[in-house]
Every structure is written in C-alpha cells, then in structure tokens.
Write a protein that binds this ligand. Structure first.
Ligand code: SF4
Ligand code: SF4
Length: 392
C-alpha cells in the first residue's frame, strides 16, 4: 500500500543575501589543459588564459589539487582572491560589451557558454522556475526578484536563438506574477510545486504531455537569465544563488561559484553538525570536505544535526514493493538494488538502471531503510567503468 506524503515546495519570499568574497575559491579545471599556469601566477577576473577557462575573480593561484566536486574526483585550482577593489571587470571584456555592432550570439559565445544544443537544433525550449528538490527555493526566489525583466529577457532569447515561442514552467502559486507573458510569445504553464515535479526529466515529460512538444530542451531559470545577461554584457555570470538550511532556518544567499562550503557555513553551528548535504535532502550528496566548492548545480546546502539524520543501514529487503510503487520511471527497484548489492551490475543494466533519475523516493519509502539510491549510483558507475574497459 502506498504511503502518500505531499512534498510541498511552496516557499515564502526570503530574499537573496550577498556573501563577501571568501579567502580562497576552488575552480574546477582539467590540469591537462592548463599546464602553462603555475603557483604564484597573478590572474584577472574574466581572463581566459586557456580556451574555455575564464577566471571568476582577480587574485593569485595558490595550489593545484584534486578534490571531490559534485561527487566526482576533479582537478581544481585554488585561488586567493584580491579583496577590496581587485574584483573589477576586465576592461577588454567591457569593450566587447560596449561595441554596438557586436553580434549577440558571438558575444555570448565569447562568454564561454556552451550553447550548441540550442543553436544546432530547432527543439522547443522549456525554461523552468520550479525547484528540483526539497529545502530549495532558488528558482522561486529568482522568479520573484526578476519578474519585471522577464519579458525583455524572453524577447532577447527568442531573437538570439531564432525561436517564435518559449515555454515557461512556473510553480502554480507564482503563476499570477507572470501570466501576462502569455500574450508575448511565452507559453506559461503551471506546475504543482510538489516534489518530484521540478526534476528536469519529470518536468520535460509533463511539458511534452501538456504542450505536445517534441524533444524539448530544459533550462533552469537561473541559467536562462545568465545566458541573456552574457549576451548583453559579453561576460559570464559567476554568481550562484543557493538555499542554505541550518540551525538558523532557511535563507537564500548569493556567492561566487567556487566558494567553499566552509565560507557559506561560517554562521552555522558546524561543530555540532553531523552531515552537510549539497543538492537537496532527496537528491543530494553528503560532503566529507568543507572545502568542496559551489558549482552550477549546487542549489542547496542542508546542514543536518543529530535530530535530522536518518542513519544509512543495509537491512534485508522484505519484498514489500513500495520502492517500485513510488518510482516515477517504473523501475524494478527491489531487483536492481539486490543485483547491485551482489555486484551483478550487468543485470542492473538489463533492468534499465540508467533510466533512474535519482529522485530518492524509493529510499524514502523503503520501510527497512535500505540505501537504495547509493546501490543504484554504485551500479551506474560500475556499468560506466565496464563500458569504458570494453571500449579500450
Ligand atoms: S531514485 Fe528510486 S524511485 Fe527515483 S527514479 Fe531512481 S529507482 Fe526510481
Ligand atoms: S527495497 Fe525496501 S521498499 Fe523495496 S521492496 Fe525491498 S523492503 Fe520494500
């Protein structure tokens, strides 16, 4: 029998607070591509020393290291930003922004955004202001703060990418704020702000059903606004809004990408925290290093104290079927996870483990508390390794 819980994601207007620059930022960058850089090098904000690697701050390179970023071991450059006046824009980039005849798309490409999937296709674009996990109000807040400029941005985007119409998914409770866009070539459609409706794959499926779209492309509202901004300024936007939930409650803060979690948590009671989860309580990862940097996908930071933590256990499956019943992509979760537990990864692949969207509902509803998402992630990564070995 299904235990129905409504995961409501309707959050109040909680404003976005700016955090000052941290002591260090950690910039993910493949070391193979930046061998010309050395410790002690001075860099300027917006410098593109290596193609595709644009520096978010003015400062000095302190170290090259490896660390886990979004759950993957990654090469990282540690930079000490120059504070008080060292964060101004690179003049050359400003020149680009000022050129009146500069083509918008060209300017956008110079900003380092990878846009081929939009440029090289005629796919419908779905911009989403629906947050992707619980305890996250980034998209809702960005929608509230930018509602007056949305029409202008949609017009700009349509012009650059040659689209007649754009689809815009908004949480039901914020529809009144943007309904007027409908008369201006934007198809605004309401989404119940209940988890997991905002997960890209689920949202896209509902967009296909509601609006008969063909192979639509998903853009988070924050990403969409950054692209529009870059087309005007010729510069990428290195700011990232995140929702922090800790002992002081829930708030939205604006930081530079690459900011370590420790900087964000300086007002939190970290000493009594048991876990710091990024990416949301149902879809996120626990971090064991507080130097872990904020990236494009760090929408939330959730500090868990003893009372919040559900301890991972690996009890035996009792075949109740709740995991399967709640899986939004209809996987045989009980079978897949048992195969994964016994390292039978090829069987997991045959049962379609790659279709799992890691929503976490199976784990949430499992009465024996099995670590189902972890077993699924293990299977996915082992399959990737196996496929890599076969290709070599
Ligand atoms: S996390 Fe679980 S419930 Fe969610 S898609 Fe994957 S298998 Fe299904
Ligand atoms: S994994 Fe958990 S929810 Fe799924 S069938 Fe087994 S006991 Fe039930």
């Amino acid at each position: 029998m299904k235990k129905e819980i409504k995961f409501n994601q309707e959050y109040d207007d909680i404003k976005i607070v700016e955090l000052p620059l941290p002591e260090h930022i950690f910039l993910p960058a493949n070391r193979k591509n930046n061998k010309n850089l050395e410790v002690g090098d001075k860099i300027n904000k917006f410098d593109e020393v290596v193609p595709g690697l644009i520096f978010p701050v003015t400062g000095e390179i302190r170290e090259f290291l490896k660390m886990y970023v979004d759950g993957v071991e990654t090469d990282v450059i540690k930079i000490a930003p120059v504070k008080n006046g060292g964060d101004e824009d690179n003049p050359e980039r400003n020149d680009i922004a000022d050129k009146p005849d500069d083509n918008l798309l060209l300017r956008l490409k110079r900003s380092g955004y990878i846009l081929e999937s939009i440029i090289d296709s005629d796919s419908d674009i779905v911009v989403s202001a629906v947050d992707t996990d619980l305890l996250c109000s980034v998209s809702q807040q960005i929608l509230r703060e930018n509602r007056k400029d949305l029409n202008q941005n949609f017009e700009l985007f349509k012009k650059i990418f040659n689209r007649e119409k754009i689809h815009f998914a908004v949480p039901e409770h914020l529809f009144d704020m943007v309904w007027k866009l409908q008369s201006r070539g934007v198809n605004v459609f309401k989404v119940k702000p209940n988890y997991p409706n905002g997960i890209p794959e689920i949202l896209i499926n509902s967009a296909i059903e509601k609006n008969s779209l063909k192979s639509p492309l998903y853009l988070k509202l924050e990403e969409f606004l950054n692209i529009c901004d870059a087309a005007v300024t010729g510069r990428p936007n290195f700011k990232k809004v995140i929702t922090l939930t800790d002992i002081n409650g829930m708030r939205n803060i604006n930081v530079i990408k690459g900011t370590p979690l420790s900087h964000i948590l300086k007002d939190s009671d970290v000493s009594s925290a048991v876990k710091v989860v990024t990416g949301g309580p149902l879809r996120g990862y626990a971090n064991f290093d507080l130097d872990t940097p904020v990236t494009d996908i760090t929408d939330s930071v959730y500090v868990q104290y003893e009372k919040d933590v559900i301890r991972a256990v690996n009890n035996q499956c009792i075949n109740c079927g709740r995991c399967n019943g709640h899986c939004p992509v209809n996987l045989s979760v009980n079978l897949i996870t048992r195969y994964s537990e016994f390292s039978l990864f090829e069987k997991c692949r045959d049962l379609g483990v790659d279709n799992c969207i890691e929503c976490g509902l199976c784990s949430f509803y499992c009465p024996t508390g099995r670590s189902l998402v972890q077993l699924i992630r293990l299977a996915k990564s082992e399959i990737k390794n196996l496929e890599g070995e076969i290709e070599q």
